[in-house]
Design a protein around this ligand. Structure first.
Ligand code: F6R
Length: 608
C-alpha cells in the first residue's frame, strides 16, 4: 500500500524515480510525487491520479538532480489530491518526506507544532513528520529524523531528503517495509524490490526501529539510539520478466495462466510420492512441537483467509487437529484461547499485510508457535514467524490474487500431508494425496486451454447486476473466493454462501435476473448440492455449474456447465478456482474495468 523509491548516485534521479514508481504503481495509484535536491534547493512535482499524470507534469516542468525520493499513494488521511500527494514539506520547503503507514498521534503532534508556529498545507498525517524533522534539525538530517521518530506513534516506512544536507537520503522503518538497494557508487531505497530490480539485485532489508543513511559513498544503518548495525546483504533471485506482462494484456491474466508453473514451483523438492509425504525444510520445528500441538489457528485476510478455510478442512480431515480460522483483523483484538500447544499458521501473499502481521505478533505474544505461508521472500511476516514455507508463486502484480491463492492451498495441502503422516495417516492414503497433487499442474493446463468457453460465458453475463456463488464442504471457501474475485475487479455485487444456507435468507434474492454459480464437483456433498440447484431453478434463477463429469443428476437443471478434471475431493478447490478467476477476469474486461488496478484497492494493505 503506497510505494516509496529513492536514489542517490551519479545518474539522473527524476527519470530513475519515475521508472521505479511505475513499477510500484500496483501498490497504490491515486496520486504521486517526486522531490529532488539539486545543489541549489529542493524541487518537487506532484499530481493527483496515476503515475502517467505525474510524468506529464514532469515533462512540462522537468527536474534535474542526482538525489531524490518518490512516492505513489493510496489515500488513508485526506483525499487523493495533488496537495495531499507525497512528498510533504516543512514550512521553508527545505525538507521532503515520503511515508507509508499511519502516524497515530498525528493530531496531537500537529496541534503542538501549530502552537509553535508551524503552518500545515495538507490533510495528511505525513506532513507532521516533515515539520517535526524541521523542529529537530540541528546538525544533520539523520539526527533530526531519529529525534522526530522518537516522538511518533504508529507505523512508518519513510525516506527523507533535505536541501540542507543535499547529498543524502535518510530512511527509517517501523511496521512498513523498506529496503536499501546496493549498487556501484549508487544506492536506492524502496518499499518493494520491484522498484529497483532493474538496477540492482543486492538488497538490505531494514527492520523495525532502524534508520539508514544513504550517500554516494555508501550506506549506514543505525538504531534509534544511533548505534551502528551490521546488516546482511541479500541477493534477489527473481527476474524483471517475472514482473512484466509477457505478452498478456493484463498481469491478472498472465498470473492466471502461470498457475501450472507456479503450482509446480510450490511443490518442487517437497512432494515425496513414494513415501506419500512432504519434505518441508522451512518447517524446522522439533518433531514434538508438531506432535504435541492440540490446536491450530489459521489467521489471514481476504483471499488468503479463504485459502485458510480450505486448510482448516484439509488439516481436520487428514491430520485430525482441531483448527480455527480467524480474520487477522478480528483475532488481533480478541481474547482468543492460545496456549504453548497452539500452532498459529499465518497466510499472506505479500507478507506485509498490517492486520496479519499484528495477528502474528499477538499469537506469538500469547505463546503460540508460528508458521508462515508467505509468497514474498524476505517480507516481514516471513521473517517474523518461527518457521514457514514460501509458496514460490513468484511476484503477483495484479491486485486480485490468483496464482498466490492456488499456491497457498497447495502449500496447506503439503503441510497437511506432513502433519498427517506424523500423526498416523497411512502411506497409502498419503500417496493418494501426493499423486493427486502431482497431477494438478497438468489438470490446470487443461482448464486454461478452454479459457475461451469461459470468455463466452462472460459475454452472456457481463451485464448482470448481482451474482451468487454457492458451494459446500471444501468448495464453500471456493464460492467465497469466486465472489470476491468478481466483485473486486468488475464491481458487480457478488455474494458467496454455503449452498444450504441459501434457504435461510439469500434465496429471497433469486429471480430470473440472478445468476447463481454452483461449485459442484462430484464429491461427497454433490447430491446435497443438487437439491440446492433445484431450489434455485424452482425460483427461475440462472444456474452456472462448475462440475466434473456428465452428471444425470444435473441434467435439465443447469443453464451453463463448465467441467473441470477430477481430483480428490480435498483438492477440488484448486481446480474449481481457475474458471472462477477467468470468469471474473473476462467479465471485468468486457465491462471496461481496470482489472490490474481496481478502484479503491491496493496490492498490499499495510495499514490497519
Ligand atoms: C483479493 C486480495 C486480498 C488479499 C488480502 C491479503 O484478491 O488480493 O483480499 O488476499 O489483502 O493480502 P496478503 O495475502 O498479501 O496478506
Amino acid at each position: 500500500m503506497c510505494g516509496i523509491v529513492g536514489y542517490v548516485g551519479p545518474r539522473d534521479a527524476p527519470a530513475l524515480l519515475l521508472e521505479g514508481l511505475k513499477r510500484l504503481e500496483y501498490r497504490g495509484y491515486d496520486s504521486a510525487g517526486v522531490s529532488i535536491t539539486n545543489g541549489g534547493g529542493l524541487e518537487t512535482r506532484k499530481a493527483a491520479g496515476k503515475i502517467s499524470k505525474l510524468e506529464s507534469v514532469m515533462n512540462g516542468s522537468p527536474l534535474h538532480g542526482t538525489v531524490g525520493i518518490g512516492h505513489t499513494r493510496w489515500a488513508t488521511h485526506g483525499a487523493p489530491t495533488e496537495c495531499n500527494a507525497h512528498p510533504h514539506h516543512d514550512c521553508t520547503n527545505t525538507i521532503a518526506v515520503v511515508h507509508n503507514g499511519i502516524i497515530e498521534n498525528a493530531s496531537t503532534l500537529k496541534a503542538q507544532l501549530e502552537a509553535r508556529g508551524h503552518e500545515f498545507r495538507s490533510e495528511t498525517d505525513t506532513e507532521v513528520l516533515a515539520h517535526l524533522i524541521e523542529a529537530e534539525y540541528e546538525d544533520d538530517l539523520e539526527g533530526a529524523v531519529a529525534d522526530a521518530l522518537r516522538q511518533v506513534e504508529g507505523t512508518y516506512g519513510i525516506a527523507v531528503v533535505s536541501s540542507r544536507d543535499p547529498d543524502k537520503i535518510v530512511a527509517a522503518r517501523k511496521g512498513s517495509p523498506l529496503l536499501i538497494g546496493v549498487g556501484e557508487g549508487e544506492y536506492y531505497v524502496a518499499s518493494d524490490a520491484s522498484a529497483i530490480l532493474q538496477y540492482t539485485r543486492q538488497v538490505v532489508y531494514l527492520d523495525d526501529g532502524e534508520v539508514a543513511v544513504l550517500s554516494r559513498n555508501g550506506y549506514q544503518v543505525v538504531d534509534l539510539r544511533e548505534r551502528q548495525l551490521q546488516k546482511p546483504v541479500t541477493k534477489i533471485d527473481w527476474d524483471l520478466e517475472q514482473i512484466e506482462k509477457g505478452g498478456f494484456p493484463h498481469f491478472m491474466l498472465k498470473e492466471i495462466f502461470e498457475q501450472p508453473q507456479t503450482i509446480e514451483n510450490t511443490m518442487r523438492g517437497r512432494l515425496l510420492l513414494e513415501e506419500g509425504d512432504a519434505k518441508l525444510g522451512g518447517i524446522d520445528l522439533p518433531a514434538e512441537k508438531l506432535l504435541e500441538a492440540d490446536q491450530i489457528i489459521i489467521t489471514a485476510c481476504g483471499t488468503s483467509w479463504h485459502a485458510g478455510l480450505i486448510g482448516e478442512q484439509l488439516i481436520e480431515e487428514f491430520a485430525r487437529i482441531p483448527v480455527e480460522v480467524e480474520y487477522a483483523s478480528e483475532f488481533r483484538y480478541r481474547n482468543a484461547v492460545v496456549t504453548p500447544k497452539t500452532l498459529a499458521i499465518v497466510i499472506s501473499q505479500s507478507g506485509e499485510t498490517a492486520d496479519t502481521l499484528a495477528a502474528l505478533r499477538e499469537a506469538k505474544h500469547r505463546g503460540a508457535t508460528t508458521i508462515g505461508i508467505v509468497n514474498v521472500v524476505g517480507s516481514t511476516i516471513a521473517r517474523d514467524t518461527d518457521c514457514g514455507m514460501y509458496t514460490h508463486a513468484g511476484p503477483e502484480i495484479g491486485v486480485a490474487s490468483t496464482k498466490a491463492f492456488t499456491s497457498q492451498v497447495v502449500s496447506l495441502a503439503l503441510l497437511t500431508l506432513k502433519l498427517a503422516r506424523m500423526r498416523g495417516l497411512s502411506v497409502v492414503k498419503g500417496r493418494e494425496i501426493a499423486e493427486a497433487l502431482q497431477k494438478l499442474p497438468g489438470q490446470i493446463k487443461q482448464i486454461l486451454d478452454r479459457a475461451d468457453e469461459i470468455e463466452q460465458l462472460a459475454e452472456e453475463f457481463k451485464r448482470a447486476p448481482n451474482f451468487l456463488y454457492l458451494g459446500r464442504g471444501y468448495n464453500f471457501p471456493t464460492a467465497l473466493e469466486g465472489a470476491l474475485k468478481l466483485k473486486e475487479i468488475s464491481y458487480i455485487h457478488a455474494e458467496g454462501y454455503p449452498a444450504a444456507e441459501m434457504k435461510h435468507g439469500p434465496i429471497a434474492l433469486i429471480d430470473e435476473m440472478m445468476p447463481v454459480v454452483f461449485v459442484a464437483p462430484h464429491d461427497s456433498v454433490f447430491e446435497k448440492l443438487v437439491s440446492n440447484v433445484q431450489e434455485v431453478k424452482a425460483r427461475r434463477g440462472t444456474v452456472i455449474a462448475i462440475t466434473t463429469r456428465d452428471e444425470e443428476a444435473l441434467e435439465g437443471k443447469v443453464d451453463y456447465e463448465f467441467r473441470i478434471p477430477e481430483t480428490i475431493e480435498a483438492l477440488t478447490p484448486v481446480l474449481a478456482a481457475i474458471p472462477l478467476q477467468l470468469l471474473a477476469y473476462y467479465i471485468a474486461v468486457k465491462r471496461g474495468a481496470n482489472v490490474d488496478q481496481p478502484r479503491n484497492l491496493a496490492k498490499s494493505v499495510t495499514v490497519e
